[in-house]
Ligand binder design. Structure first.
Ligand code: SF4
Length: 475
């Protein structure tokens, strides 16, 4: 079987160049709607027909090996106000007691799930996502930390514990509480620093607030800080977005995520206001914004990890990519491989090696399931052998940016070149256009192809209906 050790033995100098100029014509040519491959098959393929999936049995099977690691995700959905671009599953409220009630319910969900688990498995990763995790008062965060570590006492020494932070809803006490319970990484939502854009998206966030958040995090020993930016928002221009990138660089983050705004008002009605005001930039302007961010970040020494992620060359994400040990999960890229994910809270997603399951998205329905004493699952998927093989291929492509044919044959248990001959033959246009190149024993993505990783991965996706438009655009 192929293992991550095999990947580590690939000579680092054969990894493709980590930066390069963007070829905008190629991006125009190939940028079609596609999944982000935080999972394969993508979450759009999950089914609500849960009977045959036997997801509870899957939890039992997953826990047969006491030494295999687990990753814990907690969805903390509350926000004081709604940012009009937001695509997350949120609950907008000013009622602080909502957080306390929710935490009581989370405790019930953790107890129900843990009863089916081996609680001694090492925890290698914890993530608080939102919503706004710091909507919770510091003592409630401490209560959540106690719940986690009393239930799952085997914290791995190098456990990565990350928290999504809204700098507008943050105090020094929050940071102290988060650090006390083990948090060591943070991801700050900044999105755009231009006051006009902030007004247009209903999110006023002065740069002084971002600076204060960074200072508190650094003072308290948070080792890796990420900043989220979004391009394609109302009133943004390439010039204004360049200023945003420059502003953020003065904060000296370790990583940046530069996301393309997904305009889906039929799913997120708050976004309709952008149509009414006609302030959204066009596709060409959006592309120019991505180009300007890419140029500035790579010029500042950041490595283009792929899929909107940039990291300092000495950050663990960039190091893992060079070593061939990068992984991908529902939070994006990760340096922690091989863990089963246990998600808690509304809409959270979990996975065992061959299943995915997603919780109910509505707070009353999630609560009602817990009242009835059952796991609050809404939909899921069981992977067959073909899904598992294709997942391996797509994840290696997204993380290593190369396919090692012999290694893939070992890992998937089939002759890779013979089994996927049709897919390999279908890559000729990408090779001709310089997105991919043949190397001894495999293929690798060129620097030109990195911004189009998703497009390359889609060639190995067995679930895509031709012309399906249910995903966000690749850029
Ligand atoms: S604070 Fe974050 S999660 Fe809450 S509405 Fe704004 S973008 Fe969405």
């Amino acid at each position: 079987m192929f293992s991550f050790l095999d990947a580590m033995t690939l000579p680092i100098e054969t990894q493709p160049a980590v930066t390069g100029p963007l070829d905008l014509d190629l991006i125009r040519k190939y940028s079609i709607p596609g999944p982000r491959y935080t999972s394969y098959p993508p979450a759009t393929k999950f089914t609500a027909d849960l009977g045959a999936l036997e997801l509870e049995r899957a939890i039992g099977e997953d826990n047969a090996d006491a030494s295999s690691p687990i990753s814990l995700y907690f969805h903390l959905p509350f926000c004081e106000t709604r940012c009009w671009f937001c695509g997350c599953n949120t609950v907008i409220t000013l009622r602080r007691e909502s957080a306390c009630d929710y935490l009581d319910d989370l405790a019930r969900e953790v107890k129900l799930t843990a009863a089916r688990m081996n609680r001694q498995r090492p925890v290698t990763q914890v993530h608080f996502g939102g919503g706004t995790p710091t909507f919770f008062p510091p003592d409630e965060l401490r209560r959540l930390g106690a719940l986690i570590w009393e239930t799952f006492p085997n914290r791995a020494p190098d456990c990565e514990f990350s928290v999504e932070i809204d700098p507008r809803r943050l105090t020094a006490d929050h940071i102290v509480a988060l650090r006390e319970i083990g948090a060591n990484r943070a991801s700050l939502g900044v999105q755009d620093t231009d006051p006009r854009v902030q007004l247009a998206v209903h999110r006023i966030q002065p740069q002084a607030v971002n600076r204060q958040a960074f200072a508190w995090l650094r003072e308290n020993g948070f080792g890796s800080i990420n900043v989220d930016l979004i391009f394609g928002l109302p009133l943004q221009t390439p010039a204004s977005f360049a200023r945003t990138v420059d502003d953020v660089l003065t904060l000296e983050p370790d990583r940046l995520s530069v996301f393309s705004y997904a305009h889906v008002p039929w799913i997120k009605p708050a976004q309709k206001i952008f149509d009414d005001r006609e302030q959204l930039p066009g596709a060409e302007e959006k592309l120019a914004m991505f180009a300007v961010a890419h140029e500035r970040l790579t010029a500042a020494g950041f490595v283009d990890i792929g899929l909107d992620h940039f990291a300092r060359p000495d950050d663990s994400m960039a190091v893992a990519q060079r070593a061939g040990t990068l992984h991908r999960n529902f939070q994006g890229y990760s340096t922690q491989a091989g863990a089963s994910l246990y998600g808690f809270g509304i809409s959270s997603i979990s996975n065992t090696p061959d299943t995915y399951r997603q919780n109910l998205k509505s707070l009353p329905e999630w609560r009602a399931a817990l009242d009835a004493g059952r796991l609050p699952i809404e939909r899921g998927l069981r992977l067959n052998a073909e899904d598992t093989r294709r997942r391996t291929i797509i994840m290696r492509l997204m993380c290593d940016r190369r396919l090692d044919f012999q290694g893939l044959s070992r890992e998937t248990g089939v002759d890779f070149e013979a089994t996927y001959a049709k897919e390999l033959a279908g890559l000729d246009d990408l090779k001709t256009d310089g997105l991919l190149r043949a190397v001894p024993g495999g293929i690798e993505v060129t620097a030109t192809g990195i911004p189009l990783l998703r497009v390359i991965a889609m060639r190995f996706d067995g679930t895509l209906a031709p012309g399906a438009l249910q995903h966000s655009r690749t850029i």
